[in-house]
Structure formats: C-alpha cells, structure tokens
Write a protein that binds this ligand. Structure first.
Ligand code: SF4
Ligand code: MG
Length: 315
C-alpha cells in the first residue's frame, strides 16, 4: 500500500465576519514508498497549507491522512510522537527556520535528544555523520547559522530533518529562497539522500519546470483543489487540464524546433480569492475553454486514464 494516502483533505480558516478561507478543499492523492511526489501551483493555491496539514502542524478541517495505513489525525500522545519521528519537514526559508542562538550541532542534535536515539559520543558521531551526508563537515558543528550561506543553511535544515531517520520528508519550496546557482546543488542533494536513505518525498514548489525534473508523479493545485495528478512523464507529454497546459506552455523546451512549435497559453486575469471562489470549476474565470456548464457544476476529479486524474468538463 502507499506510504501516504490523502483522502478528501480539507483545511479551512475562519477569518471572522462569516468569511471562510478554504485553503485546502478536498485533496485526494497517494504517495508510494520511495517516490517523489511534486505538489505544484501558484502562490496562494494552498500547497504549503496542504503540506503543513498532512504533517499535522495544522489540524485538518476534514478528511483523512493515512501514513502506513494509520490515520494521523486520529493519533494522540505517544503514537503521535512516533509518527512525527517518521515524518519531517524542510522549510522554504533556511534563514527563518534555524534558531540563531543555537550552534549547528545543537540544532541537528535536538531531535536525536528529544527522541532519545543516541547520547554522548554516539550522538556526536551521528551529528558529524549527518553533516558529512549533507556536504558539510564536523568543524561546522560549533558554528552558528548566521555564519553560513543560504545553500549551506538549507543543508543544515536537511540534516536536522534527517537526524531522526524519517521515512518521509515534506519539502516546502526548499530551493526557492536560494540563489539560482545553488538550487541545482540542493536538488541533487535531495536526490542523493533519497537513494542513500530510501526516503519518500512530498516536494512542494511553484515552479513546474523544477518539479517535473525531480518528481516521479505530480499533483497540480489551483485554488485549494487538485486539478490534475499524473506521472511526471505523462503530465509533460499529455497534460489534460487546461491549467496544466498553460503552466507547461510557459516552460522553454531545450529543442529549438520544438520550441518554435510551442504555443504559449497566456491566462487572463488574476487568481480569484480563495475566500470567494467562483462557482463550479474554480479555474473557469481564467480558462480559455470555459463553457456555461463550467459555472454551473464542479467537474469531478476523475481517473481519465490509468493513474492519470483530472477535473475538467472537457474530459
Ligand atoms: Fe476550463 Fe470548464 Fe475544464 Fe474548468 S471545467 S478547466 S472552466 S473547460
Ligand atoms: Mg508556500
């Protein structure tokens, strides 16, 4: 069975004055052991909220998240702690997510201590090993986060996430705050660690070009909903949803001949407010193919081809 199953997951925020922000509004997808699932969408589409709700930094408003078949949101106390040992998060901002008053060694060791994994000399060795695993070295253990570059800080964040040997890591835009020159290095580090540690990733990003390069399968989000899920190859070769088609059309192709053939699909208008989403299909205010039916009813998220899901009345 999949390592993670997300079933009709919802996270709504009550803003007062009868306003409800439906940041995540009914997600369905699963992630197989050892794979990288990319969750992609424009800023504000709810992808970070989805990540945080899956790992239970937020309590879900509705739906279920099964991890190895167990309902995460029903877990309490010890079980919950055991779960958090198996799931870790790497955050977008390596500047904000590391405590500036703690040495790097302490930051990495914290989870090891809380979970009572190693102590004394073994703990120190474990920290040194983690530093080497992420391309740093043991001399870095005594230094503070501000002494490091953005890319190095993200390596520290990754070492911290790995410290307690999780099976599953949610990486929320882990490279978007970094210089372009170091982004590829950090992506390669994620790949290397996946092989070495048998990790499963939920990789959240706004940049489809990057996600398609690193993911086995991809989910495309729009206004709190998944509009398409497929393998990276299928999504790339035959995107079914008009929103995915527009995202892909913006990515330059390496082959100049193919690029000449490519029609860029420019979307009109802004993303509507998730507090006040359109009726029917959430994408209809920007969709080049919108029909009257699209305003009336919400298209079902259906399996159009084996393993290829999309929500559009055209399908
Ligand atoms: Fe466009 Fe209608 Fe399909 Fe929505 S359901 S993506 S508006 S064609
Ligand atoms: Mg975000």
């Amino acid at each position: 069975r999949p390592i993670l199953e997300v079933q009709n997951l919802q996270k709504h925020f009550n803003l007062g004055n009868n306003k409800i922000l439906k940041a995540v509004d009914g997600l369905n997808f699963s992630i197989n052991r050892g794979e990288t699932f990319g969750l992609v969408g424009e800023s504000g589409c709810g992808k970070s909220t989805a990540g945080r709700t899956i790992i239970r930094l937020y309590e879900a408003t509705g739906g279920k998240v099964l991890f190895n078949g167990e309902d995460i949101h029903a877990m309490q106390g010890k079980d919950r702690q055991k779960l958090t040992r198996n799931m870790q998060m790497v955050f977008q901002d390596p500047y904000a997510s590391l405590n500036p008053r703690m040495t790097v060694g302490k930051i990495i060791a914290e989870g090891i201590e809380i979970n009572g994994l190693y102590s004394g000399k073994q703990k120190k060795e474990r920290v040194n090993q983690l530093l080497r695993d992420v391309g740093l070295n043991e001399e870095h253990a005594g230094r503070f986060p501000h002494e490091f570059s953005g890319g190095q800080r993200q390596r520290i964040g990754i070492a911290r996430a790995l410290a307690i040997e999780p099976q599953f890591i949610i990486a929320d835009e882990p490279i978007s705050a970094l210089d372009v020159s170091v982004q590829a290095q950090v992506v390669n580090l994620f790949k290397k660690l996946q092989k070495e540690h048998g990790l499963t990733y939920l990789f959240i990003a706004h940049d489809l070009a990057m996600v398609k390069h690193i993911s086995d399968r991809i989910g495309v989000m729009y206004l709190g909903k998944l509009v398409e899920v497929a393998t990276s190859d299928k999504l790339n070769a035959k995107p079914l949803h008009p929103y995915t088609q527009s995202l892909l059309s913006a990515i330059p192709l390496p082959d100049p001949e193919a690029q000449k053939q490519r029609q860029r699909i420019i979307l009109q208008g802004e993303i509507p407010s998730p507090v006040n989403p359109p009726s029917g299909c959430p994408f209809r205010t920007r969709c080049p193919h919108a029909m009257p039916e699209c305003a009336a009813t919400m298209p079902p998220f259906k399996e159009v081809e084996p393993g290829h899901f999309a929500a559009c009345h055209l399908l």
